[in-house]
Design a protein around this ligand. Sequence first.
Ligand code: HPA
Length: 284
Amino acid sequence: MSKEGKSMTEVTQISAADAVGRIRKTYPVTPDAAVILGSGVNVLEGLQNSIVLSYTDLFGHAPSVAGHSGTLTIGRLGSGAADPLVAVFRGRFHLYEGYSWDMVSLGARTVVEWGVPNLFVTNAAGGLNLEFNVGDLMVLTGYRDHLSPKWKSEGLLPAVMAPATVCANKQTEKLLSVGAKLAAEDSRFRGLRQGVYAGLLGPSYETMAEIDMLRKLQCDAVGMSTVPELLVCETSKTACCAVSVITNVWKPDEVMGGHEEVLEASKAASRRLDLLFRRILVEK
Ligand code: HPA
């Protein structure tokens, strides 16, 4: 059920073309890049000459998950007309909230329809790689799709048998090289991790059997989003890359951190991610 008490199947679906039409009425210029932010991830505050649209006005809905404000901000990184123009989508819709595939992919489809050349996707994820620490940033070099509706009819076995999809492209490489530069320049910038993200349906976190399975499948992190955005962009002109904020690590004998610890780690990770995005957006 949605917040308004409607079942998701009753929800009116807005097309990506409609959403772009609504944006262009308010802001006629196409951005250089777009960013979709996951739960608790906050970057690119204080854009210049910015406008804000609510998801309710844009998509007809607001995300119901805490930590997602449900707004699109469009603005420049600096005060000059030549400074990069960025669109920041704060929040997303999830399958586990009961939304359709069309709805969960609407943000990315809007970015593609708008003609934005680069999309940066972020998410909060659990770390499977035992070398990871809470608060690490992991650049996705591959992903496993265990959530898209195509598995509904076939069962998950083909998804489990399939190899991970590689998602390295020029933007991914740039993220990694800019991250390496920042780490070399500033000891407070923790080096970036890289690895394979597994997208699962949720809504609950994984069982230990699933964690074991995902490790056997050589996944480094697990979450419940991002795969829709990557899939949409694969067949488009928009180059998409993604970063996970590791909010917990699945270690056998360790108790997971409490809410406060996770929030603190996410805030520190967001500050590093902010530096990374600002740098990558200005670097040619
Ligand atoms: N599993 C799935 N999604 C998540 C996790 C996790 O451990 N942590 C943050 N999002």
